[in-house]
Design a protein around this ligand. Structure first.
Ligand code: URA
Length: 241
């Protein structure tokens, strides 16, 4: 389900604001009926006409992108910083990231123009596992890692159970590398989880999103998802895994 004004904007007919205006002016029909409600949600099966002309949906595209550091997970940035879409200069579609990674975080980010796909993959209800590797300050004790596994109290509530594994320790430098798998996608969640147990995250990388990894890609590279991978992701979300 997607908002009508977003569908019109994505079809390249008008900006989001202009689309809202067209709806309010009664120039938009859904399945033959004029719709003037801005909040109206429609599905892929609904037929939308703008000023009597049926809109064509863009063909969906799906990319797996290896986000570098110093890039914003957004389509534009008012401070002029690099955004993920700068890495797709030849894309004619209105693509955007599925969820987000912080400016400093590297790793796997899906990019698409399919809003429904983006919605199901970011909805916490569907519990897709995201795996991160964090380099942290200090060497956490076992009990602290257990806390992360069980869930820690953050400002916006307790985190869901996580998978946590210490992979290495540098005693000289006093740092550790921890792999952590979470099913939610709250703002700066992994950094805040480590803060909650008293360890600052020095570096963060998302290595996996469900069964997908960064194999064969360097930072800044992207590849298209195969139709089978897209189907598998939808199936995972539907089965709540
Ligand atoms: N958790 C974080 O803290 N940052 C990210 O970019 C992703 C998850």
């Amino acid at each position: 389900m997607e908002r009508l004004q977003k569908v019109i904007a994505h079809a390249g007919i008008a900006s989001r604001r202009k689309a809202e205006q067209l709806i309010l002016e009664g120039k938009v029909k859904v399945n033959g009926e004029v719709v003037k409600e801005l909040g109206t949600k429609i599905t892929d099966n609904d037929r939308v006409e703008v000023e009597g002309v049926q809109i064509e949906k863009e063909a969906p595209v799906y990319y797996l992108f290896y986000k570098p550091r110093g890039v914003i997970s957004a389509v534009t940035d008012d401070k002029g910083r690099k955004t993920v879409t700068d890495f797709f200069p030849h894309s004619e579609e209105r693509i955007y990231p599925v969820g987000r990674l912080d400016y400093e975080t590297t790793g796997l980010l899906l990019i698409t123009n399919d809003g429904e796909f983006a919605n199901i993959l970011t909805h916490p209800k569907y519990e897709i596992e995201k795996t991160y590797v964090a380099k942290i300050k200090g060497i956490p004790i076992r009990e602290a890692l257990k806390k992360l596994e069980r869930g820690v109290q953050l400002e916006d509530g307790k985190t869901a159970p996580a998978r946590v594994k210490m992979t290495s320790v540098d005693r000289k430098k006093g740092t550790s590398i921890i792999e952590i798998g979470i099913h939610e996608g709250r703002n700066r969640q992994v950094r805040r989880m480590f803060e909650a147990i008293g360890h600052e995250v020095l570096k963060l990388k998302r290595e996996r999103f469900a069964f997908l990894d960064l194999h064969g890609l360097n930072t800044g590279d992207a590849r298209e998802l195969t139709p089978h991978e897209v189907k598998q992701l939808r199936a995972l979300a539907e089965h709540g895994k």
